[in-house]
Design a protein around this ligand. Sequence first.
Ligand SMILES: NC(=O)c1ccc[n+]([C@@H]2O[C@H](COP(=O)([O-])OP(=O)(O)OC[C@H]3O[C@@H](n4cnc5c(N)ncnc54)[C@H](OP(=O)(O)O)[C@@H]3O)[C@@H](O)[C@H]2O)c1
Length: 239
Amino acid sequence: MNVRRRRLLGTAAAGLAFAAFPFAASAAQPGARMKIGVIGSGQVGGTLGEAWARAGHEVMFSSLDLDHDKALAARIGANARAGTPREAAKFGDVLLVSVPYHAMPAVGKNLGALLEGKAVIDTSNPIAGRDGEIGAWAAEKGAGLASAELLPGARIVRAFNAVGYARMREAASRKERAGMPIAGDDRQAIAIASRLVRDAGYEPVLVGDLAFGRHLVPRGPFSGERPPAEIRKIAETLK
Ligand SMILES: NC(=O)c1ccc[n+]([C@@H]2O[C@H](COP(=O)([O-])OP(=O)(O)OC[C@H]3O[C@@H](n4cnc5c(N)ncnc54)[C@H](OP(=O)(O)O)[C@@H]3O)[C@@H](O)[C@H]2O)c1
């Protein structure tokens, strides 16, 4: 096949993929305003949701405590609102799921079909001693594939897993951008997550597929903040 024909077919395939996920084509463009549903508005979800609201996206915060989310949204002001997890999942074209890992089965059950086809940024980590049997199972299987099983139908991208929320809070105001390792299987979801990683003050570095997402955990090889080139090197040594 000649190069021109291959390019044309490539463009057509990309067009078809975006047709299957129409929101992705516009959302990945710089400057586009996204609707983001935050499922778990704790330290990480609250921090990232606030950064995205300040970057001009529309954010709905949710957790098990609607009063907390209303107060959080009121403090942030412009672009922020509060709702139940199901309302946030309906509202968001893209979701941030940021809960203790032991809550992931409940999130999957509660949101059900609302997850179908949505880009989901997953910060949730299985932590021994906190997350019980489900955490042990996810650590063994790898957090990326485990999240995909617990949130069926979602287009999951692992990100923000191995940096403390206090660092995330300062990221947008730092001059030098650190890299943020991300992992996923879905090209459009990766493009959307990459934009949101940038809007949170980091440079996204795609390190591998969802199975490779097993390395994106605290005390894993990518733990902490480093320049993008160093993150790429670490990824290479693991392949
Ligand atoms: N803390 C960090 O620096 C950090 C960094 C990277 C990744 N992580 C990982 O990211 C995840 C979130 O961490 P975090 O520190 O933000 O935790 P957190 O402060 O405890 O917040 C967890 C949030 O999840 C909500 N939640 C719990 N069960 C839920 C459910 N069934 N449906 C909807 N929301 C639910 C909680 O609501 P309620 O408060 O109402 O219970 C809370 O808003 C964890 O898996 C953690 O390991 C944390």
